[in-house]
Write a protein that binds this ligand. Structure first.
Ligand code: FE2
Ligand code: FE2
Length: 302
């Protein structure tokens, strides 16, 4: 991979996933119970270390990230800052909103291009992310086992803990590929199935976290989950391109559903136990997946 491509992809991958990881940790921190204060503290520390890494990634981003990545709203959406403010205020847990404010002004080209981010510093960034990620994955797996054995109580579905860990492992595979210059060996179906499963589970989580009186929204969420499950079941080598197209349409639909949900939650119009930041988080994951499908490029979809 040419140097500038290596730098661009590294920065884009880290910018997207470092935020995703720190938000998983924020959700852990704010859904554990006071009796588990040791784990709350650990989640907070790991979250802050990802924020520190994001602060190191950002100076590399200006003039390096592609226009399509910025336009996709996978780094931040128009709702991210407000959702962070609301969730931080309502939980008392900290969020570095300065990162979001700087990401909102991110541009792909600068008339005075002076980015000092070289291949070596990007490799350093990939290394540091990889180490922190490995520590985070162990922590998440440990919490899932503690929760499954009823040693702790956490108000997140066990499947969501597993889901977040799979996203972390996916990121780990990409980082390893970037560090060895060998992208993960996956078929298009592997990649589509990974993201379509993620989308199906988002719909299930939304369904399960909506108030029982929100019948229409629950119905849409349930139908959406079924649509993505069907895509996973039908993906075979000979039908990959067809599944890619259908996945694209389905993801555009779930994106608009998530957008409406985020807006409704922020306006306090929807009854649920969904934190607005979680709605915005899953919206960004759909935005990311859509961009990968449109580009069908390396380190995402092959
Ligand atoms: Fe996530
Ligand atoms: Fe997710």
């Amino acid at each position: 991979m040419p140097d500038h491509e290596h730098i661009r992809i590294s920065v884009e991958v880290n910018l997207f996933f470092q935020r995703i990881m720190k938000e998983h940790l924020f959700f852990l921190q704010t859904n554990l119970q006071p009796a588990a204060h040791k784990y709350i503290e650990k989640a907070n520390t790991l979250k802050k270390r990802f924020e520190q890494l994001l602060n190191e990634t950002l100076p590399c981003a200006r003039g390096v990230v592609s226009e399509s990545a910025i336009q996709s709203n996978e780094f931040v959406t128009p709702y991210t800052l407000k959702a962070e403010d609301v969730n931080s205020r309502l939980t008392g847990a900290s969020i570095d909103t300065g990162i979001t404010k700087r990401e909102q002004t991110l541009t792909c080209s600068s008339p005075h291009y002076d980015n000092q981010c070289l291949s070596a510093s990007v490799d350093n960034l990939n290394h540091n992310s990889l180490h922190l990620l490995q520590e985070t994955i162990s922590f998440q797996k440990y919490l899932l086992s503690q929760s499954s054995n009823c040693n702790i109580f956490i108000s997140l579905y066990p499947q969501m803990l597993d889901h977040d860990t799979r996203e972390a492992e996916h990121y780990l595979g990409i980082l390893k590929g970037l560090l060895s210059d060998r992208p993960p060996k996956e078929t298009l179906c592997d990649e589509l199935n990974f993201w379509n499963t993620i989308m199906a589970e988002h719909a299930e989580f939304i369904d399960g976290m909506l108030d029982p009186t929100e019948a229409d929204l629950k119905k849409t969420a349930e139908a959406t989950a079924k649509k993505f499950e069907k895509l996973v079941n039908e993906c075979i080598y000979t039908a990959e391109e067809q599944i890619l197209q259908t996945s694209l349409y389905a993801t555009e639909e779930i994106r608009s559903f998530k957008t409406k949900a985020t807006e409704g939650l922020l306006a306090c119009r929807i009854k649920s136990i969904i934190p607005p930041l979680l709605a915005d988080h899953v919206l960004r994951e759909a935005n990311h997946y859509l961009r990968l499908m449109k580009m069908n490029e390396c380190c995402g979809l092959r």
